[in-house]
Design a protein around this ligand. Structure first.
Ligand SMILES: Nc1ncnc2c1ncn2[C@@H]1O[C@H](COP(=O)(O)OP(=O)(O)O)[C@@H](O)[C@H]1O
Ligand SMILES: [Mg+2]
Length: 311
C-alpha cells in the first residue's frame, strides 16, 4: 500500500444543524486518481474545503500529507493545487500576468517562472491568447488557465471541483486529457463531479457521496460487480429453443438463484461467474447453446440509485 496523502476520520460538517458531511472516512493513497462523485448538494465541495483548511470541521479529523489543514493551512496549501468550481482571475490582466501573480505567491524565481508559464500555457492550449485579458476568455479557457496554475505549481495533490461544468463537449475532452496528464506526472488527483462517465474514464477508484454520506467507495469494477443484482452475476445464454428440461437443468446448477426466459435467451442470476457449469447443464439437457455472456457491470446503476436527490 502506498503512502496515505488524504485521511479523514469521522469527518463531519454541520451548518446550523444541517449535516452537509456526515462521518466521512476517506483514505487516498499517493498517486491515486480518485473520483469523488455525487449529485449537487451531496457534500463534495464542503469536503474539499475541509481538506484545504478553508472551513473548519464540526467534528472528526483531517490529515493531508500528514498535516492538519486547520492548523497547518499554509503547509497544506503548499502541497495542494486547487481548482475551485468557479475559478477567480483578475479579469483585466492577461493570462500570463495572472500566472506571474501565482508564481510570485509561490515564491518562484522570476526567470524560472517565465519559462514555465509559457510552457504550461502551451500545454493547456492557451499559448496563442497568453497576452489577452482573461475577461475575454470563455468558461473553458478559464478552466484551462486554472489547470495551468496547478501545472505551474507542480503540487503533490490536485483537488478539482467540477472542472467540466458549463463547458462544451470538445472542451470537456481537452480538460479530461489535461487531468489524465496530471495523473501521469504522479500528482494525486481528487476529481469531484456529478457526471459519472467522465469520472469513469479517468479514475480507477471512486467514492460516491449521497446527502453527506459516503455510500460507496472502491475500485470501479468491484463496485459495479457488487451492485449488479445485489451482488449477483447476470449471465445470458442464447439457445436454439427453451424447453422445460433445459430450464430445470440450469436451475439445478449450484449457485444459480433465478432463471428467466426472454424469447430464446435465458437470463440467469448467479452467485459467481458460472458460465462453465451452466453451459454444461444446457448441453447435457440436449439444447444447443448459441451464445453466452456475463453482463458487463455498470457503475451507473449504483450511481443512479444514489443520485436521485438531484431531481
Ligand atoms: N456555507 C453554507 N451554509 C449552509 N449550508 C451550506 C453551506 N455550504 C454548503 N451548504 C449545504 O451543504 C450541502 C452540501 O453542499 P456542497 O458541499 O456544496 O455539495 P456539492 O459540492 O456536492 O454539490 C448542500 O445542501 C448545501 O446547501
Ligand atoms: Mg460542489
Amino acid at each position: 500500500m502506498g503512502q496515505l496523502v488524504v485521511e479523514t476520520t469521522d469527518l463531519t460538517k454541520r451548518y446550523n444543524g444541517f449535516t452537509a458531511v456526515n462521518n466521512l472516512n476517506l483514505r487516498i493513497e499517493e498517486g491515486e486518481m480518485f473520483g469523488f462523485l455525487g449529485a449537487n448538494g451531496a457534500g463534495k465541495t464542503t469536503t474539499l474545503l475541509m481538506l484545504l483548511g478553508l472551513t473548519e470541521p464540526t467534528s472528526g479529523t483531517v490529515r493531508v500529507c500528514g498535516k492538519d489543514p486547520t492548523r497547518d493551512a499554509l503547509e497544506v496549501k503548499r502541497q495542494v493545487g486547487y481548482l475551485p468550481e468557479r475559478v477567480g482571475f483578475y479579469e483585466d490582466l492577461t493570462a500570463r500576468q495572472n500566472m506571474r501573480f501565482i508564481a510570485n505567491l509561490n515564491h518562484m524565481p522570476r526567470a524560472e517562472a517565465e519559462e514555465k508559464i509559457d510552457s504550461v500555457l502551451g500545454t493547456v492550449g492557451l499559448a496563442r491568447v497568453r497576452d489577452q485579458a482573461v475577461g475575454t476568455f470563455s468558461k473553458g479557457m478559464k478552466q484551462r488557465l486554472g489547470i495551468a496554475d496547478i501545472l505551474l505549481k507542480e503540487p503533490r495533490l490536485a483537488f478539482l471541483d467540477e472542472p467540466t461544468t458549463g463547458i462544451d463537449p470538445n472542451g470537456i475532452d481537452d480538460i479530461l486529457k489535461l487531468i489524465a496528464g496530471m495523473g501521469k506526472k504522479g500528482i494525486t488527483v481528487i476529481f469531484c463531479s456529478h457526471v459519472l462517465p467522465q469520472v469513469q474514464k479517468l479514475c480507477s477508484r471512486v467514492g460516491i457521496m449521497s446527502k453527506g454520506v459516503l455510500v460507496a467507495d472502491g475500485q470501479i469494477d468491484r463496485l459495479g460487480r457488487e451492485v449488479a443484482a445485489g451482488g449477483k452475476f447476470r449471465i445470458e445464454a442464447e439457445l436454439d429453443g427453451v424447453g422445460p428440461d433445459v430450464l430445470e437443468a440450469v436451475r439445478q446448477v449450484k449457485g444459480v438463484h433465478d432463471v428467466e426466459t426472454v424469447d430464446r435467451t435465458l437470463i440467469i442470476a448467479a452467485d459467481s461467474d458460472l458460465r462453465g457449469q451452466i453451459s454444461r447443464a444446457i448441453i447435457d439437457s440436449g439444447a444447443l447453446l448459441l451464445g453466452m455472456r456475463v453482463e458487463e457491470y455498470d457503475l451507473e446503476q449504483i450511481f443512479k440509485r444514489y443520485s436521485k436527490e438531484a431531481i
